[in-house]
Write a protein that binds this ligand. Structure first.
Ligand SMILES: [Ca+2]
Length: 304
């Protein structure tokens, strides 16, 4: 009898909870929104150029592909969390075919893929704008496979513990664009890969913070197709166990052309025993000035 009574009590509780949930639903969109399927439908139904407000919640979703222009906006505390419980093909959001995407105030978390390049945003569109987003524990925060006329702008965003750990995945990897611009953002603990890898024709990084932390990060900024590069007013920490000795890399390992390299007004703390501020494997003469280097390693960091 005791067991039956308990069951009845539990049933009453269940009914009460269900009633409360439906009341919440009647009050607004909050209760229905904690559901990846809901957001996937909203994206499917949205008109070209639409803005979708994404309420606080836990959105389990993968490989949401679209070719229209969209803006997705979460609450300012970044409590709308997009993640993929299952292994994805490419990532969570996958804009394609010339799509322009703006994301604001969203969190992307714990994304994996079968090829170890699971991205919060796998960007195959044209222009991408990222404002106040958090990328936490993904194999790639953003992997943009490139439209050579595209513009990728990242502002006030965080990339924490990115990378599978095999050196093939990064905080942000842009494999072709006209411009990559990173402003007032933070990259911490990228695992073996680079915090930022840009194959864009122009790369501008200002006011941002890069810390290898416990990630054994390789380069803070890798520019393997040269181009025009401006790295100004950033703060960087190279760890004692960084996967390589340099903080910035500028070469033509992925084609491109040498145009210009400016490294100025950065503050660097170097724990690595030796190493260099930048590696330049091209003929250009970089502009390097007003950088502050605080050496903590047994041998000093050289400039080049
Ligand atoms: Ca390094």
């Amino acid at each position: 009898m005791t067991k039956v009574r308990d069951k009845v009590t539990i049933m009453h509780k269940t009914i009460w909870v269900a009633a409360a949930a439906s009341l919440l639903c009647a009050c607004g969109e909050q209760a229905a929104a904690e559901d990846g399927a809901w957001l996937r439908r909203e994206i499917e139904r949205a008109r070209d150029g639409a803005t979708i407000n994404v309420p606080s919640g836990d959105y389990d979703m993968s490989d949401v592909t679209f070719s229209k222009d969209l803006t997705l906006v979460g609450p300012p505390d970044r409590s709308a969390v997009l993640r993929a419980a299952n292994v994805t093909d490419k990532g969570v959001l996958v804009p394609t075919g010339g799509a322009n995407l703006t994301i604001e105030n969203l969190t992307f978390k714990d994304v994996t893929a079968w090829d170890r390049n699971g991205a919060g945003v796998r960007f195959e569109g044209r222009n991408l704008t990222v404002v106040n987003c958090l990328f936490d524990g993904n194999e790639d925060g953003i992997l943009a496979t490139g439209d050579d006329s595209g513009v990728i702008r990242i502002r006030n965003s965080d990339f924490i513990d990115s990378g599978f750990g095999d050196g093939q995945s990064h905080g942000v990897y842009v494999d072709g664009a006209a411009l990559v611009e990173v402003t007032d953002s933070r990259f911490i603990g990228t695992r073996i890969g680079h915090h930022l890898k840009s194959v864009a024709q122009k790369t501008v990084v200002t006011g941002s913070f890069f810390d290898d932390a416990r990630g054994r990060t390789s380069y803070a900024i890798d520019m393997p197709a040269g181009g025009e590069a401006i790295i100004r007013g950033n703060t960087l920490v190279q760890s004692v166990d960084s996967d390589n000795w340099a903080i910035f890399n500028y070469d033509l390992g992925k084609g491109g052309a040498p145009v210009s390299l400016t490294i100025e007004g950065n503050k660097v703390t170097n724990h690595y025993h030796g190493g260099v501020l930048f590696r330049n494997d091209t003929r250009i003469k970089p502009v390097v000035r007003d950088n502050e280097i605080d050496n903590k390693g047994r041998a000093p960091l050289k400039i080049q």
